[in-house]
Design a binder for this molecule. Structure first.
Ligand code: SAM
Length: 283
C-alpha cells in the first residue's frame, strides 16, 4: 500500500519517529499494511462514512481506512510521540484525517462525527472492553454508530460472540447480541503484532440493529444478567433471589426452570425475566 498512498513502510515510520512500543499504553503495532487494509475492509463500505479510530499509533490502520475510502477519519491517540507520523498521513489525505491527542476514555468522541459513523480500531487491550461497553450502552437506541469493528484479545472476542450453553457466554455476549449482530471476522496470532503480545487476538464486527432483538428495560436487564452471572454456578432461584420475593414464581411464569443456571438461558429468556420483574415493580 506504500505505493498507493506514497508514504513509507511502517518500520521506517517507527524508526524515523523513534516510536519504541510502550507496554503501559498497550502498544502492539500492526506493521503489515495488507493486514490493516483487510481490517478496514472488514468494516464494510467506508465511502461516505465518518470513521472513529481509537489508538492509531504509527497509523497502519489509519492508512487502511483512508485508502479504503473513508470520508473522514477522526483518530484519537493518547501518545503525543505518534503525532508527527500521523501528521504525515493527514498531509497525504488532505482534509480527511483529523488527529486528536487525547485519552479516548475522557471524551464523547462520537459527538465529533457526522452520520453515518463507523468505529474501527485496534484497541489498546486495557481500555477496549470499557469503550465497547460504553458504545453498547448509549442513552438511546439506535446508537450514533452503524458498526464497530474492533480488535480484542481472542478470549474477549469469544465472550462477545458466545452462544448460550458455552463457558464464554455471559454479560458481554448478552449486552452485545441483544442489540447487535456480532461476529468474529478475523483471527490473528501474536506474531502479527510488533512487539508480539502474550495472547492471540481477533477482530469482532458488531452491526447495530434498528431495535433491540427483544423488548426490555436496559437497566433492569443489566441487573438481572449481572445477578445471574455474578454467581453463574448457582441455580437461578438462588442467584436471583434478591430481585423478587417470589423469584421462583417469576421464573416459572416466563418459562425458565428455577433450577436452571445462567449459562443455559438465551437472551430472549433474560429479556422476558426483565419484563416480568418490571411488571411486578409497576403493579
Ligand atoms: N492502531 C495501531 C496499530 O494497529 O498498529 C496501534 C494499536 S496499539 C494496540 C493501541 C494504541 O492505542 C497505541 O498507539 C496507544 O498509544 C493508544 N492508546 C492507549 N490508550 C489510549 C487511550 N486511552 N486513548 C487513546 N489512545 C490510546
Amino acid at each position: 500500500m506504500s505505493a498507493i498512498d506514497g508514504l513509507p513502510p511502517l518500520r521506517e515510520v517507527i524508526a524515523a519517529h523513534d516510536l519504541s512500543a510502550k507496554k503501559a499504553l498497550g502498544q502492539n503495532f500492526l506493521l503489515d499494511l495488507n493486514l490493516t487494509a483487510k481490517i478496514a475492509r472488514a468494516a464494510g463500505d467506508l465511502s461516505g462514512c465518518d470513521v472513529l479510530e481509537v489508538g492509531p499509533g504509527p497509523g497502519g490502520l489509519t492508512r487502511g481506512l483512508l485508502a479504503e475510502g473513508a470520508r473522514r477519519v477522526l483518530a484519537v491517540e493518547k501518545d503525543a510521540r505518534c503525532l508527527p507520523a500521523l501528521a504525515e498521513i493527514a498531509a497525504a489525505y488532505p482534509g480527511r484525517l483529523e488527529v486528536l491527542n487525547a485519552d479516548a476514555l475522557a471524551l464523547d468522541l462520537l459527538a465529533h462525527l457526522r452520520p453515518p459513523i463507523k468505529v474501527v480500531a485496534n484497541l489498546p487491550y486495557n481500555v477496549g472492553t470499557e469503550l465497547l461497553v460504553r458504545w453498547l450502552t448509549p442513552p438511546a437506541w439506535p446508537p450514533a454508530w452503524e458498526s464497530l469493528t474492533l480488535m480484542f484479545q481472542r478470549e474477549v472476542a469469544e465472550r462477545i460472540v458466545a452462544r448460550p450453553g458455552s463457558k464464554a457466554y455471559g454479560r458481554l455476549a448478552i449486552l452485545a447480541q441483544w442489540r447487535c449482530d456480532a461476529q468474529i471476522v478475523m483471527r490473528l496470532p501474536p506474531e502479527a503484532f510488533t512487539p508480539a503480545p502474550k495472547v492471540a487476538s481477533a477482530v469482532v464486527h458488531l452491526r447495530a440493529l434498528a431495535e433491540p432483538r427483544f423488548a426490555a428495560e436496559q437497566g433492569l436487564l443489566e441487573r438481572v444478567v449481572a445477578a445471574a452471572f455474578g454467581q453463574r454456578r448457582k441455580m437461578l432461584r438462588a442467584s436471583l433471589r434478591g430481585l423478587s420475593p417470589d423469584i421462583e414464581g417469576v421464573l416459572t411464569a416466563v418459562g425458565i426452570a428455577p433450577t436452571e443456571r445462567a449459562e443455559q438461558v438465551p437472551i430472549e429468556g433474560f429479556c422476558a425475566l426483565a419484563r416480568a420483574l418490571a411488571g411486578e415493580r409497576d403493579s
